[in-house]
Design a protein around this ligand. Structure first.
Ligand code: NCD
Ligand code: ZN
Length: 414
């Protein structure tokens, strides 16, 4: 069992107690509804005990009995995932349906082997993604190119002309899974960055220092301190996304930057801190890059995600690796979350009484940043406990999802 942060997903919801005397709503008695924080039990049904000693007195002299209004369902414009790894081949076929069930569109990462470096690569990959979907599934993969030392301004111009290519992804060389083809110093790519700024093509940053002397937990903060400001200063009009932001420093830098700088936030960095990697032993399925951070960083991520800001939007960074590649002497970085991403996000938003801000984060802010329409279709999430499967089969292998075997209080109703 995970400790600590898993509990936070189930912890609290905002409830409103008001007067239930017939014909006498609390507001007309001069009493304001009382906002309460009430523990939700693991079955997701909520505490059944009265939440108050007594309700607010009503002016008929009766004792008002508290009536609890629990948010049991929410409806929002169909969300998008602005950062996902769909992989290729058998693994693509195993995971793409999960993302397509949850999201209308997704920004697809280009870190295949070999990497997706040209528009032709991206369009061929897009065809493979569409081919892996079940018939009739409505899902739009939004493609990206991988920034390499060989990327040219002609590649940028081709990307701008291609309707299905939406951004270029910068991996610091060797920083993470399949990042060997990345660039050691993004600032050295001046012509490409100038062209991207000119054409308004977003640069998606894996924002971590690759200096081997930097502590793994400080890599993002170091990038944010040493590289991000230089990037913003040199290219003030460049549209930048600090992908999967994980630190208070990253959040502060994005908040302080101009409107053209934004960030994605994953479900797992909102739900867990780094203790989850070491809960009772080493938990390889909780290992990703950027690595989970301390609790105070998680609190800042939750604050930013639930703030209603247009700078922070949903990006799962769902990054599937087969069990054998995770449970190894040198396990791969990446957590598979596409099976329950919205449920995890909803749990976090509910835990701070911010479900009314979920649509802005999940369905609006990212679309606005990318200049795409907000979906007209709507989805519903209900408070309905369900158990995450222990694994998903992929050919002869297995994929262990986030929260494997655990009960989650929210469920996407489709
Ligand atoms: C990603 C992957 O496996 O492709 N891994 C991860 O831990 N997030 C790469 C990345 O986004 O860093
Ligand atoms: Zn990623």
């Amino acid at each position: 069992m995970w400790v600590g942060e898993q509990a936070a997903l189930r912890e609290t919801v905002e409830r409103v107690a008001d007067c239930n005397v017939p014909g006498k709503p609390a507001s007309s008695g001069g009493k304001r509804p009382i906002a309460r924080r009430t523990r939700v039990w693991p079955d997701g049904q909520g505490c059944r005990l009265p939440a108050t000693k007594s309700g607010p007195a009503c002016d008929r002299g009766a004792i008002a009995v508290p009536r609890l209004t629990v948010i049991d369902a929410i409806e929002l414009a169909r969300p998008d995932d602005w950062h996902v790894h769909l992989r290729d081949g058998e693994l693509l076929r195993a995971v793409v349906g999960h993302t397509a069930r949850q999201f209308g569109r997704a920004i697809v990462m280009p870190n295949l082997r070999p990497a997706v470096v040209t528009v032709a690569d991206a369009l061929a990959y897009r065809d493979r993604i569409l081919g892996a979907l079940a018939p009739g599934v409505d899902f739009q993969p939004l493609m990206t190119l991988y920034l390499t030392p060989g990327t040219t301004t002609a590649d940028v111009e081709a990307a701008v002309r291609a309707p299905h290519v939406h951004a270029i992804k910068f991996y610091p060389a060797g920083a993470t899974t399949h990042a060997e083809a990345g660039v050691p110093d993004v600032l050295a790519c001046s012509q490409v960055l100038r062209a991207m700024q000119h054409h308004g093509l977003p640069l998606l940053c894996h924002g971590e220092s690759i200096d081997p002397h930097v502590d793994v937990f400080d890599r993002e903060a170091t990038f944010v301190r040493e590289t991000l400001p230089r990037l913003i200063d040199a290219y003030p009009g460049l549209r930048i996304v600090l992908e999967h932001v994980t630190t208070a420093e990253g959040v502060a830098a994005v908040e302080a930057a101009p409107e053209n700088v934004a960030a994605t936030i994953t479900a797992h960095h909102l739900a867990y801190d780094r203790n989850a990697m070491f809960a009772g032993g080493l938990r390889p399925h909780m290992y990703c890059l950027p690595v989970l951070k301390r609790a105070h960083h998680r609190a800042e991520l939750v604050r930013a995600a639930t703030s209603g800001s247009s700078k922070f939007f949903l990006g799962t960074d769902s990054a599937p690796h087969l069990r054998g590649a995770k449970e190894a002497s040198c396990g791969c970085a990446g957590i598979f979350t596409a099976h329950a991403a919205l449920e995890f996000y909803a749990g976090t938003f509910a835990s701070v009484g911010a479900l009314d801000r979920l649509e802005q984060f999940a369905s609006r802010a990212g679309a606005e940043f990318y200049g795409l329409p907000v979906a007209s279709e709507r989805v519903r999430l209900g408070r309905e406990a369900w158990t995450v499967p222990a694994k998903y089969d992929v050919g002869d292998g297995e994929l262990v999802p986030l929260g494997a075997g655990e009960s989650l209080p929210w469920r996407l109703l489709v």
